[in-house]
Design a protein. Structure first.
Length: 280
């Protein structure tokens, strides 16, 4: 995560969700921003939200292995979410995970299958400074898409969105997930909500990978029965995320849980440069 201590705001980068360009924009807007866990070779990282907050000392370490391992039963999560709706927005995080954290988090979510295809093509063709040893990356570089997809949605594969962004965690009330397909209006909406003055936003494509126009049907055919595994692994996105994510008013209903808690820290208005986004 990229974090500005002066403004108490972070950008959490899930792979292949316009992260490189948003990282560049975030650094311009918040000059003091630093990566929570810098990488010696790359200017971005993919440290999950809860891990980032713990490393920053903004939330206490997780002591309950039930939560730390992310092996949370669907029944327990559902009950927490049902109870959360009974409380004001500012108190919802405390319902699920103790004392809330006022740090503001910005992230982006993308249709999962499209994201996985983009990640496969990116890793397959990227010129790494050092040949990676991570099994999932090696699968993309050395094998076919179906094998890669099976690993991605299996145990030890890609993190789910709700896990990566800690959507039941202490900063969930001040976490905003932007719709990848509506980045400009979504980012503008969140900037206004957080008190960040943006005069203009222009979207560009600086890191698009092999092609912006992908033949997803070809990949769906190769995936075959694994398509149901994609939906199961990323169930939260399809059932809840599409309602929670910020679209800037483009067609999807905003879930009440995504309303900003008025008593949370806004940090005041600051001027932001034009937004130039890549889709990395």
């Amino acid at each position: 995560m990229l974090y500005s201590q002066a403004m108490d705001i972070g950008f959490a980068h899930y792979p292949k969700t316009a992260g490189h360009s948003l990282t560049r924009w975030f650094r311009e807007v918040f000059p003091d921003a630093r990566l929570v866990e810098p990488h010696p070779l790359y200017e971005v990282n993919h440290l999950p939200v809860r891990d980032s907050l713990e490393k920053l000392g903004l939330v206490p370490p997780r002591r309950d292995p039930f939560f730390a391992s992310r092996r949370i039963t669907r029944a327990r999560v559902k009950l927490s979410r049902m109870l959360a709706h009974c409380f004001p927005a500012g108190l919802r995080a405390s319902t699920a995970n103790g004392k809330p954290c006022a740090t503001r988090i910005i992230g982006v979510v993308r249709e999962p299958f499209e994201m996985v295809v983009s990640l496969f093509e990116y890793w397959r063709s990227y010129d790494f400074a050092e040949e990676p040893t991570v099994p999932l990356i090696r699968a993309a570089r050395q094998g076919g898409f179906r094998r890669f997809l099976g690993m991605a949605v299996g145990n030890g594969g890609l993190a789910t969105y709700e896990s990566f962004f800690d959507m039941d965690g202490p900063a969930s009330a001040t976490t905003r997930l932007l719709d990848f397909n509506a980045l400009e209006p979504a980012l503008l909406q969140v900037c206004r909500e957080f008190g960040i003055s943006v005069s203009e936003a222009k979207l560009g494509f600086l890191n698009v990978g092999p092609s912006r126009q992908r033949d997803l049907q070809r990949y769906r055919t190769e995936a075959g029965t694994l398509m149901s595994e994609v939906r199961s692994h990323f169930r939260w996105y399809y059932e809840e995320g599409v309602h929670v994510m910020v679209t800037g008013g483009r067609g999807r209903r905003q879930n009440p849980r995504a309303q900003y808690a008025g008593q949370q820290k806004t940090g005041g208005a600051i001027a932001a440069p034009p937004v130039v986004l890549s889709y990395g």
